[in-house]
Write a protein that binds this ligand. Sequence first.
Ligand code: HEC
Ligand code: HEC
Length: 327
Amino acid sequence: MIKKILLGIVLLVAIIAIGFVIMVYARYERTFEAPYPNIKASTDSAVIARGRSLAFGPAHCANCHSPMSDMTKVDNGEVTPLSGGFNFELPIGNVYAPNITSDEETGIGKLRDEEIARSLRYGVRHDGRAILDFMPFYDLSESDLTAVISFLRTQAPVKNKRPQHEWNFLGKAVMAFLVKPTGDGDVPESPAIDSTAAYGKYLAASVANCRGCHTKRDMMTGGYIGPEYAGAAEFEVVDENGKIIPGKHLVTPNLTPDQETGRISGWSKKDFIERFRKGRLIPGSPMPWGPFSRMSDLELTALYKFISSLEPINNPIPLGIQEGDPK
Ligand code: HEC
Ligand code: HEC
């Protein structure tokens, strides 16, 4: 009798497991619907210049879409071809940042403006699949999204064929059941580009992803589980080839103006700007210091005013590289 029951349980578990595997394979390449934003690239030189300054500044496209061999240049804040390069070796598989120059075969030359706009605003790729939450540009204003795409169109085509992402089984399961496009299409008004805290807030939350990294997140859902800008998100440390160094992590500092635990409390505006001009000081830090070092004094002033206006949150954060894998 007991043997029969055990056999029944084993069979049931096997059927569920096989069913799960079949479901994963049937679903991991599933596609999603999202509207195509009505965005057309412009040939106006001021619009293109704005797009370039975003891509190589606060929006830091260069940090992921430049070849690994150009990373020193990126760290020095130089303008590089966005011909694709960063390999993310994740527990769910390998993800490759694509070539986004205008090459028709290996880049985005054949994609329509609306397709590029949809991928950035809704997180739905040109082929309908969901984009992992690497590119939090859902809230770029209408004019900034236009500017970025207008700039992308001006890049000379570079031939560089990038591999398809390689998901392991866990990755396929994550793609099949967990990853969904994120953008809700609810886009903020284009803010005035000036040195006010309002523009700083737009940069921090919608362009430069300060909020996304400097807030504790739920690793499964990406949702915020700590007070915004109070830090505490843990990150891998990478070597000069972008490979994760096991057993080490960095914790994002608390950016709120708490006297005791806020990283920049006591920093003047000048200190803040000078810190950004220095670029990356901790090797392997994931913060895109290279592109950020190119931000203008106006942008850095706006960011400084915004974070100084936040409600102080007491949240002590260890500085420097820590032992142990990130949690
Ligand atoms: C943190 C790294 C990172 C940053 C920053 C980043 N990207 Fe990406 N991008 C990726 C990765 C990874 C993919 C591949 C996503 C996928 O296929 O799921 C991608 C895909 C794309 C695609 C292809 C979408 C498609 O339909 O196939 C475009 C276009 C793009 N990025 C443009 C940009 C622009 C413009 C910026 C700056 C405003 C930017 N990216 C910033 C990592 C990044
Ligand atoms: C990809 C994640 C990421 C993004 C995006 C990011 N940061 Fe950071 N930031 C970190 C990490 C990790 C550290 C700690 C390591 C270091 O100092 O480089 C850090 C450190 C800092 C520090 C302390 C520097 C020091 O010398 O102690 C400041 C200030 C800061 N970030 C501000 C910002 C602002 C402002 C933005 C948006 C413009 C931003 N960060 C965007 C991850 C990020």
